[in-house]
Design a protein around this ligand. Structure first.
Ligand SMILES: Nc1ncnc2c1ncn2[C@@H]1O[C@H](COP(=O)(O)OP(=O)(O)O)[C@@H](O)[C@H]1O
Ligand SMILES: O=C(CO)[C@@H](O)[C@@H](O)COP(=O)(O)O
Length: 551
């Protein structure tokens, strides 16, 4: 009789439960629950409180809805005996964080705070804490804090410390009421098990916790704002434990809600991108995994702690035990293509797509595939949602150069695809040139399945072979693998992630190979991209920031 694990992947718009075979990693059933409140970036659920630019919030009840609807659904559609599910793990976007009280109740669930934006979940792409992270970085640089190089020289407004400081600064009453600020991934596990533990992945990458040194010092926080002096002992309290640790057993209430067995081993929380790496079968050096969807996270393993410009971080055991896990990223990729399709495509293209029974992306991809590199005469900077790596600046914005009266929609679409590949090339070069080898690329997430042209462009621009993960739900598969590790072999699971990878990690046999003449042409255009990148991104011309201020 086969055994199974469940992985739940909490994305930006929806959550998905996947039931996975422990023998093969095959997905037996999956179910998506769209978040009823989606991303809240205009108003709060009270329908009257307006949100400013750069805000992005979520509703914690939506996470529970995923458990309630998607878990029973996979059990039902697979027809398996729930007793054959031996473990469960989750992965989440990060840093997606919320303030909770001493019983774990989100502050936004309290009536008196429901109209205060700071009481809600701040989503990973909430960028309104930029002034706060600027101050944090200024103090860290001045004090020559040893943690800074581990994060590429700059912390991001997307991360925990910036989001906490913004809350303190703009809503001290919420800060006061908050017992702890927690990653949503850890909060959901707390709801499932009744236990609160912080996972070492989000603590390490998103809250600057270090396996040997712990969090940054009290003196550092005091210099940012005296009220922050004890922040790590108070608002960030909680044991930090490695990925794959069993957080506890499923509570009776949750067992009733889901149909799973009470006491089922549940792994501590994890992050979507990081969970994907073992799921793509990668647990050694030289292989960069790109989790490609709304954004891209780039991950690579190494045996040393090396400082790389603008990386999101290097954390010991941050992805799998025994390695330093490196992360970098682009904060918009699929989102840029979505912007174009939703906001700027002419009606004749939408009509033609409908006629041909394709979606607009597919039609534009088909038309763009007929063009050679350089043929559009266009060059774009892929900063529609700021630049995560290597510039670490959320105030930068997108740009398309070379438009003329004859420019066609498919040319713009192609220029946008190419721009994201140049952004990845910057990241690949930053690692490789510093001695963190990137010999080949592995792609997972939604985009590799959806857009073959994009993948060929990535292979050509980076001049590297790209393998594709053999799972359409890589983060959920990874989460399920960590769930099986939490169960351990004595319960029918695996004793460590390496054993789980042997049975469950999956990569396809075929791959994308660079085409030499494309590589040559793209190299020339990439040099132009680099010039623009440095001109607009490294302070020579801050026009993008000035325009944002004028808004
Ligand atoms: N054919 C396509 N080509 C390129 N991008 C696409 C295509 N279809 C959808 N997208 C983009 O893919 C992104 C979703 O990626 P996916 O991996 O499914 O989600 P997520 O990142 O939320 O996990 C969206 O931003 C969407 O605009
Ligand atoms: O930043 C991270 C991980 O560190 C991601 O959670 C974030 O980019 C969101 O990823 P998705 O594009 O929604 O898959």
């Amino acid at each position: 009789m086969g055994k199974y694990a469940i992985g739940i992947d909490y994305g930006t718009q929806s959550g998905r439960a996947v039931l996975v075979s422990l023998d093969s990693g095959d997905e037996i059933a999956d179910h998506v629950t769209e978040y009823p409140h989606g991303v809240m970036d205009e108003t709060l659920p009270d329908n009257k409180t307006k949100l400013d630019h750069e805000w992005a919030l979520q509703h914690p009840s939506d996470y529970i809805a995923v458990i309630k609807y998607s878990v029973p659904s996979v059990l039902q559609s697979s027809g398996i005996d729930p007793n054959d599910v031996i473990g469960l793990g989750i992965d989440f976007t990060a840093c997606t964080m919320l303030p909770i009280d001493d019983e774990g109740v989100p502050i936004c669930w309290k009536e008196e705070f429901e109209s205060n934006p700071h009481s809600w979940v701040k989503l990973w792409k909430h960028h309104a804490a930029q002034p706060h992270v600027n101050k944090i970085n200024e103090v860290a640089e001045k004090r020559d804090e040893s943690f800074l190089p581990r994060f590429g020289g700059k912390l991001s407004s997307e991360w925990m410390l910036a989001k906490i400081y913004q809350t303190l600064d703009e809503a001290p009453e919420i800060y006061e009421k908050t017992d702890r600020f927690v990653e949503a991934t850890d909060w959901v596990i707390m709801q499932m098990t009744g236990n609160f533990l912080r996972n070492s992945c989000t603590a390490g990458y998103k809250a600057q916790w270090h396996k040997q040194k712990g969090y940054p010092s009290q003196d550092f926080f005091k210099e940012i704002d005296p009220r922050l002096e004890k922040v790590t002992e108070t608002k960030l309290k909680g044991d930090v434990v490695p990925l794959g640790t069993k957080a506890g057993g499923l509570t009776k209430d949750m067992a009733e809600l889901t149909g799973l067995s009470e006491g089922l081993p549940i792994a501590v929380g994890n992050v979507d991108a990081h969970a994907s790496m073992p799921a793509a079968g990668v647990v050694d050096e030289g292989k960069m995994v790109m989790a490609m969807g709304t954004s891209i996270c780039h991950m690579v393993l190494g045996h040393e702690e090396i400082n790389v410009e603008g990386m999101c971080g290097v954390v010991e055991d941050g992805i799998v035990p025994g390695y330093y896990g490196y992360e970098a990223g682009q904060s918009a990729v699929g989102d840029i293509f979505a912007w174009y399709v939703d906001q700027a495509v002419p009606k004749y293209i939408v009509d033609e797509a409908k006629e041909k029974g394709k979606n607009v992306h597919q039609l534009l991809e088909e038309k763009a595939s007929a063009m050679a590199p350089g043929e559009t005469g266009l060059l774009a900077l892929d900063w529609w949602n700021g630049n995560r790596s290597v510039l670490v600046d959320t105030e930068l914005s997108g740009m398309i150069l070379g438009l003329t009266l004859t420019t066609k929609p498919e040319e713009i679409y192609r220029a946008l695809l190419e721009s994201t590949a140049y952004g990845t090339r910057k990241i690949v070069d930053a690692f490789h040139e510093r001695g963190v080898a990137v010999d080949e690329l592995y792609a997972c997430g939604g985009l590799p399945q959806k857009n073959p042209l994009l993948m060929q462009i990535f292979a050509d621009v980076t001049n590297r072979k790209i393998r594709i993960a053999d799972s359409v739900q890589t983060p959920a598969l990874g989460a399920a693998m960590f769930g099986s590790v939490a169960a351990g072999s004595e319960n029918g699971g695996y004793d460590n992630i390496y054993d789980a990878v042997v049975h469950m990690g999956k990569v396809k046999d075929e791959f994308y190979t660079p085409i030499p003449e494309n590589v040559e042409k793209f190299e020339l255009i990439y040099q132009e991209y680099s010039r623009l990148h440095d001109y607009f991104g490294r302070g020579e011309n801050d026009v993008m920031k000035r325009l944002k201020q004028l808004r």
